[in-house]
Design a binder for this molecule. Structure first.
Ligand code: GLN
Length: 210
């Protein structure tokens, strides 16, 4: 079987550290700068950076349409920090998003006094704590029942998964650990070819319980 190739969106932000981590877990990596580069990928990482800047840069090509189609056709989409913002269904303050993760997310939600910090995220499904750097990080304000919490910080969800979508509010790529990238890579290998389009949840959302 051909090796799975993972794409790392390379328009803006912390993409090269993601590429290094994916290579270290044995995946082929392609940095993605054009919609046409998505062809043949098993998954795509949308890195952290600044979501407003990313949105501006994405106006040059039909990125939203292409990423939704990529997901519908079986691709895994992962996002860290600004990437998680872009994947969510609703963003506060309001801004456009892909809406592939049934979550409400608030930008820059830790306040100025803790703009940036490093912490161990409790993630038993990933084999134990995962180190993460939180940089002007967002917070999930609500999650719909279809969303599985994979990692918590002080009881609060910071790493979640819904089907083929994975979102972390922090930067795992800026630490030594590779568990997060292995997790994304395994999902990309496993779900290759699964074609179930995303239908937004109709159930009421729940507040994350710390
Ligand atoms: N604060 C950024 C935003 O709103 C996210 C920060 C990050 O990706 N490290 O997009």
């Amino acid at each position: 079987m051909a090796a799975t190739t993972i794409g790392v969106l390379a328009l803006q932000g912390a993409f090269s550290a993601h590429s290094t981590s994916f290579r270290e877990v044995g995946l082929k990596v392609r940095e993605i700068r054009r919609v046409s580069d998505l062809e043949g990928l098993g998954g795509l990482m949308i890195p952290g950076g600044e979501s407003t800047t990313l949105l501006n840069l994405m106006q040059d090509e039909p990125w939203f349409e292409a990423l939704r189609r990529f997901h519908d056709e079986g691709g895994v989409l992962a996002g860290t920090c600004a990437g998680a913002i872009l994947l969510s269904r609703e963003v506060r303050p309001r801004q456009p998003s892909l809406g592939l993760l049934d979550a409400i997310i608030e930008r820059n939600a830790y306040g100025r006094q803790v703009d940036s910090f490093e912490a161990a995220v409790d993630a038993p499904a990933l084999g134990g704590p995962v180190d993460g750097v939180f940089i002007r990080a967002p917070r999930f304000q609500a999650l719909w029942p279809e969303v599985e919490v994979v990692g918590r910080l002080a009881g609060e969800p910071v790493l979640v998964r819904q089907g083929r979508v994975i979102a972390a509010t922090f930067h795992p790529e800026l630490t030594q650990g590779l568990a997060f990238h292995r997790y994304v890579g395994d999902l990309a290998r496993k779900t290759k070819g699964a074609r179930t389009p995303h239908r937004p949840s109709r159930k009421p959302p729940a507040q994350p319980t710390p």
